[in-house]
Design a protein. Structure first.
Lengths: 87, 572
């Protein structure tokens, strides 16, 4: 009886020991993954801010106006060129 | 054999004891050592172990973004890479430099000359503030002794158009001017720290604890509309250049909410490149610089007279002979307007008329009304360096002081204050706190003058922009515009200068249902033209027509200005 219990406990101890090392291994893997994702987030954030700047540089009103006037030959309609449509 | 056995017997026991003793000594040594390590030196060793594996890492936190009312970025923090080199280390691997040949960011020649010039140093900057992608091109070559450093830089996409309002930060990312300074607490990011365990390869394998959580800065949304800001900036710049003025400012306010839609100044500067910066360009003149408002103050004199029931818009007043002697000073009009009604006092900007109104009032009445319009107190925008303006509060008023006040001398105001006061007229007499931040819920205002009075004022001010008024150039095709010009002598060395002026125009539109207020101030125009109606009114017209068009305000005076559908049909 006693030896049986001891053996069973021993088996359990071994099993939990393996379980512990496995979960530690898993935890480290997940930590690494989360670190990687955090790094990616930082990278994406910095890319986002770069794109935001690029966007506002290309889309700056001064530039858009210049292109509209010079490249596309656009102009503000004169007063007598406008038509007012009443709803 | 027996001899051998005999000798072997004691030997056997001896050997046994010897071996036993050996093992006991070994065990003792081991236990002793273990005791030494586990107990005596535990603290030291555990610490050393932690040093090798445990790391405290910074958690980055960005500074918040400043945006305009529609979310367009006005100030953005972005990581930049600084490349630096250790020349001593680099000099040992000169054969590898070849890989930099033809590199678009740092070429071989540049690298070699910089490194060789400082070959005894251990740190030199190669290139600061590079975009990460550009830096990567250099780093990919893996030149020994070439390293990178990540820093943050603040960029201002709108550049000089928003410079004084947005302000800028210093190298430590602390706000120095403008909104960057005023809202520094909210914008600032607070970097945190965390403890981690790293393995042999430097990978983080366990997060121990976050010692201090990172708190990124909050975004700030301004009431500024970048489209109008750009428009106002360009119009002001044109006016300042055309009339060779020393400076100027313009403010556009939404009178229904108290929001500042545009606030621009000349001269300006590019906040992204502040190397040779003229410090006078730093000031947000619209809130820091004071001037005597001159004739733009007359509507408030008339407002007080209307409120007190002294006059109606059609009450007549005798301004003959075009001058009025008050105390030892004579007040002049441009010419003798004769007997005119109150509306014409504004239309023609009669100093005599305004003075007579003021002198007929109780001495404390006019200053009291001016105070209600917000003069002499800081506005609610809480801008760094804001001036309160000066509204004299005396117990005894001399007649000449009372008269001067009626046409805008003897007090000083800022462009923002003037805009705030005209917004009261535009908002049916309700004064709202001026703000640079986007308003979601319009605050409870203060009824300063009656709705009827403010309506009458608007109608009277419309005549100023008519053919007979002083500001024909302020008109906006298709819309009814109301406003008032002002031309004041600058105070130089404590006295009024004879040939230095400030030309201003304050106005509102659409006059049939006033909503937008714009004030333009042109400081010291050096051209022949200096009247507010000549230098400031055209800029006002350009700004206001842009505002009305951009914000989709339907024209309230379309006839004659805009082709009707029939006319279009006739032409085709």
């Amino acid at each position: 009886m006693a030896t049986w219990a001891v053996r069973a406990l021993l088996a359990l101890v071994v099993m939990t020991a393996i379980g512990v090392s496995y979960s530690v291994y898993k935890a480290r893997q997940l930590t690494d993954e989360s670190q990687r994702l955090q790094r990616q987030q930082t990278k994406l954030e910095s890319e986002w801010s770069q794109l935001l700047l690029e966007h506002s540089t290309w889309g700056s009103y001064a530039r858009v106006e210049r292109l509209a006037r010079e490249k596309l030959g656009m102009k503000l309609p004169k007063d007598d060129e406008r038509v007012l449509i009443k709803p | 054999m027996t001899q051998a056995r005999k000798t072997r017997q004691p030997n056997h026991r001896l050997r046994w004891r010897f071996v036993l003793a050996f093992w006991v000594v070994c065990a003792c040594l081991l236990i002793g050592r273990a005791f030494d390590l586990q107990v005596l030196q535990h603290g030291f060793l555990a610490h050393q172990g932690d040093i090798r594996n445990l790391r405290t890492e910074p958690l980055a936190a960005h500074r918040g973004v400043i945006r305009d009312r529609d979310g367009r970025p006005l100030a953005v923090s972005t990581p930049v890479v600084t490349l630096w080199a250790n020349p001593r280390e680099a000099m040992e691997h000169q054969e590898q430099w070849q890989r930099l040949a033809g590199n678009p960011v740092i070429g071989l020649k540049e690298f070699a000359s910089k490194v060789k010039r400082h070959k005894d140093r251990e740190f030199i900057y190669l290139e600061r503030g590079l975009a990460p992608k550009a830096a990567e091109k250099v780093l990919a070559e893996k030149i020994p002794g070439l390293y990178k450093l990540t820093e943050y830089r603040r960029y201002y996409p709108a550049g000089e158009v928003t410079s004084q309002v947005v302000g800028f930060t210093n190298i430590d990312d602390k706000g120095q001017e403008g909104i960057e300074l005023a809202q520094d607490k909210k914008l600032a990011g607070h970097p945190g720290r965390k403890k981690v365990v790293r393995d042999l390869l430097g990978r983080v394998i366990q997060n121990i604890e976050v010692e201090k959580p990172a708190r990124p800065g909050e975004d700030v949304t301004l009431s500024i509309d970048l489209r109008l800001q750009y428009l106002a900036y360009r119009s002001l710049l044109t006016a300042v250049q055309k009339f060779r003025a020393k400076g100027g400012s313009a403010v556009v306010v939404d009178a229904h909410t108290g929001e500042v839609l545009a606030m621009v100044n000349q001269p300006s500067y590019n906040p992204n490149n502040r190397e040779d910066l003229d410090t006078s360009a730093l000031r947000n003149r619209a809130v820091t610089d004071l001037f005597e408002p001159g004739s733009t103050m007359k509507p408030f004199t008339v407002a007080a007279a209307l409120e007190m029931g002294m006059v109606t818009p059609t009450t007549t007043i005798n301004t003959h002979p075009g001058s009025l002697r008050v105390g030892d000073k004579t007040i002049h009009d441009h010419r003798d307007y004769g007997v005119i009604d109150i509306t014409t006092v504004l239309t023609k900007s009669s100093n005599v008329g305004a003075s007579k109104l003021a002198l007929a009032m109780d001495p404390m009445a006019l200053p009291d009304y001016l105070e209600r319009f917000g003069f002499g107190q800081s506005t609610a925008i809480h801008f760094p360096g804001e001036s309160d303006g000066m509204l004299p509060l005396r117990s005894r008023w001399r007649d000449v002081e009372r008269a001067a006040l009626s046409y805008g001398y003897g007090l000083s105001v800022s462009t923002a204050q003037l805009a705030q006061a005209y917004a009261v007229i535009a908002n049916d007499g309700v004064r709202l706190p001026l703000t640079l931040h986007k308003v979601n819920k319009v605050p409870q205002g203060e009824q300063v003058i009656g709705k009827q009075t403010s309506r009458e004022l608007v109608t009277m001010l419309e005549t100023v922009v008519s053919r007979v008024g002083t500001a024909r150039r302020a008109k906006v095709p298709g819309y009814l515009v109301a406003g008032k010009t002002g031309t004041v002598h600058k105070v130089i060395n404590g006295g009024y200068s004879k040939d230095h002026y400030i030309g201003l125009f304050a106005g509102l539109a659409p006059a049939s249902d006033p909503r937008y207020v714009a004030v333009v101030v042109i400081d010291d125009p050096r051209s022949d033209a200096y009247y507010g109606g000549l230098v400031a009114a055209p800029a006002f017209s350009r700004i206001m027509s842009g505002v009305l068009r951009t914000l989709h305000v339907p024209p309230d005076k379309p006839d004659g200005m805009i082709a009707s559908l029939d006319a279009e049909g006739d032409r085709s």
